[in-house]
Design a protein around this ligand. Sequence first.
Ligand code: SAM
Length: 252
Amino acid sequence: MAGAYEMLAADYDWMFDDDELANGRAINHPATARLLQRISSTSAVLDAACGTGIDAAALARRGFTVRAADASEAMVEGADARFRRERLAVPVLRSRWADLPAATGERFDVVLCAGNSLVHAAGRDAMVEALTGLRRMARPGGYVVVDSRNWEKLHAERQVVQVASRVVTRAGRRCFVLYAWEIPDRLGDEHIAHLVFIFDNDGQVEPREYQIRFRPFAISELRARLELAGLREVDTDFDTSRDRYAVVTVTT
Ligand SMILES: C[S@@+](CC[C@H](N)C(=O)[O-])C[C@H]1O[C@@H](n2cnc3c(N)ncnc32)[C@H](O)[C@@H]1O
């Protein structure tokens, strides 16, 4: 799945406004924010699905000792470029979640799989394997946080087109993003998100489309898989009415 991100990486940051780029995204959602407030601000944090490094950079600016990883080469390059530009000491590793324990001997107080990334571990076995890799990256008693879109809500509402609430203007260019979803009848079947970036280059409209395929899961399935991977839930902000949630777990 990381393949789809090789192309998307170049335009990825256009999905977010300047406030999100400066302050981070998933790390500010309630359950994850509660955890980050509770632990020492010098704790070691691994952002294991760092994308272009938005959350990892925000955490490093807050004083955490941060490492970043991602399976996509282009995403890793984007994250590394961000850290260098901002003079942040955040080493980046290209690795799948399942391969992380063999890729580095470092272990962490908090391991993040945020920004709706785990959905790319398609199906029960792949997800348990991924979560086991993430669990093994945590120190004894450490935390693993999974942050996800509320797939059951998306599936029930079937809102096929979703338009970003604002236009992003950056370096003289304007862009707005819309999502078009292909939502099959069954939650566990393959869904496709068409991400359309519409650039306004001085009145010339330039659309660019990327397709992301994934197999959503219900929170009950996530909970069962966390348990199989040796992770015990200690906090969540799940609510059927909210679009996203995180589950905070500890190693057992
Ligand atoms: C939706 S993006 C989220 C990125 C970032 N956390 C954010 O919030 O902007 C999902 C990320 O998961 C990564 N990914 C997908 N499968 C992966 C895997 N098996 N191991 C590690 N990273 C993976 C992709 O390359 C991509 O960067």
